[in-house]
Ligand binder design. Structure first.
Ligand SMILES: [Fe+2]
Ligand SMILES: [Fe+2]
Length: 179
């Protein structure tokens, strides 16, 4: 299997989650109330799964490998765009968290929360399409079969560490809060 196989499966789960945002937006609009538990779950999904686990493999393994190759100008341009888009999604999630925090303190930030959920739901599928349709397959051509096999193993190793990293962070956070 090519290393982009698992990356594309991950895209499908991210898309599924983003589709749930539409219903959440409707509920906030109808009630003018924010379901902060949903926001926390969505933020955890994006930060832990979409960003740390998925973008982590893209940036730390795939893009790092590509950076050592003589990329065509088009592929180099797309790779830079993808990195910028990852940054944009991190920033948007940060703003979403900040708006939710203000909501919990009593400010009605429902429309801000909607705006950031919409931004993520609209921008991310375009990012995924760019990778699936214009980047992943041609990029594999830069790697030998052996390099692809090695990359797939690096992906698995990266994933293996994620559950430990995630819960180490959870405990660190709780410890810090209890000081
Ligand atoms: Fe990406
Ligand atoms: Fe991706």
């Amino acid at each position: 299997m090519k290393p982009i196989g698992p990356m594309m499966w991950e895209h499908r789960l991210i898309e599924k989650m983003l589709r749930q945002f539409e219903g959440a937006i409707r509920k906030i609009n109808d009630s003018n109330r924010v379901d902060t538990v949903f926001i926390d779950t969505a933020v955890d999904f994006i930060r832990t799964y979409a960003d740390r686990t998925h973008h982590g493999k893209e940036e730390d393994i795939l893009f790092r490998g590509l950076a050592k190759k003589q990329l065509s100008p088009e592929h180099a341009r797309i790779m830079n765009e993808l990195v910028e888009e990852h940054k944009h999604s991190r920033e948007t999630v940060g703003k979403l968290v900040e708006a939710k925090e203000r909501y919990l303190k009593g400010e009605n930030t429902a429309q801000e929360v909607i705006a950031y959920l919409k931004e993520l739901a609209q921008f991310y599928p375009v990012h995924i399409q760019k990778e699936d349709k214009h980047f992943f397959f041609p990029c594999m051509e830069y790697f030998t079969r052996e390099e692809q096999d090695k990359m797939l193993n690096e992906f698995y190793e990266f994933d293996r560490n994620m559950i430990h990293e995630k819960y180490q962070k959870v405990v660190d956070l709780i410890e810090a809060q209890s000081l």
